[in-house]
Design a protein around this ligand. Sequence first.
Ligand code: PLP
Length: 356
Amino acid sequence: MHKKLFIPGPTEVAPEVLAKMATPMIGHRSKDASNLQREITEKLRKLMYTANPILLSTTSGSGLMEGSLKSLTSKRAVVFSVGAFGDRWFKMAEANGIPADKHSAELGKPTTPEIVDQYLSTGKYDVFTITHNETSTGIMHNLEPFADLKKKYPDVYWLVDAVSSLGGVKIDVDKLGIDVCITSTQKALALPPGMAIASVTMRALEHAKTVKNRGLYLDLVDIYSYIEKKDHQYSSTPSLSHMFALNFQLDRILAEGLENRFNRHFEMAEYTRAWAKKHFALFPEEKFASQTLTTITNTKNISIADLNSGLGKLNMQISNGYGDLKEKTFRIAHMGELTMDDIKEVTSAIEKILQL
Ligand SMILES: *Cc1c(COP(=O)(O)O)cnc(C)c1O
């Protein structure tokens, strides 16, 4: 029996979307492959509110996080971390020998525009990264204050990890002026894992051309050159299966209506937060609580493993805490295909199992 996933990725995939993964292959140098990429680009531009080029990479989201950091940093990058996924960005910098600094907020607290300003005002950096939605602590940032701040620093490039939020929350990429906005297929977009998606500004691509040692497979300039010069193709063979499913899923997302989709996520988040506060406590500062998942403090010291095996018997699964927060918190994701009925089902099942 399939367990319904309330974990922050991979998320539930609609059966008709899964079926598209089984579409017969086409040549990756064919006109059909170019058309597929072009259609996906047009639909993603709507979802991301952007006219920027769209890059796909046959990696998970981390691929384009690493690729963008490496392609764009010529002076020094500063990573603003609010948890495990911000830390990952810094590890990528270190592993690639990219000069970088990391600022960490206290867990459960957001990155503030003031701290970003302090770092950028030194003039040492040409790249800064923000985790839009930190999947470990359940913090989601309002991106507007960073967008305002960035106007003061026209030579700095802004990378946003929107892996666990894009598709569930409005991110107005062009209005915000995000240089690289990155997501994965397996979270709020509700597809199987295996592809990364990013929008990239032309000015970032121009800047990247001046950066040395960008690697090859994840070099944003190289990926873009095949889109531009080879009629929307790839230097290597992409996961066409994901592209078939993505193209179809984007139709479903646009048919739902973006506002409807974002509202559905907002309502699920509000419900889950109210439930969490009634029976446990919210881990993140409430003003910054995520719209796609809720990280709950384990105030009753329950065994999350036992809870999950109880839920497993009912064909459901939630998530324990991430990294250092493994036992201290647990997480309920409310993104992608899930609806209010699903959230009511899982929370009332938890109440029964724990006799709350
Ligand atoms: C899941 C996640 C990642 C990593 O994405 P992968 O697709 O697993 O590489 C990065 N950042 C955040 C915020 C995530 O939730």
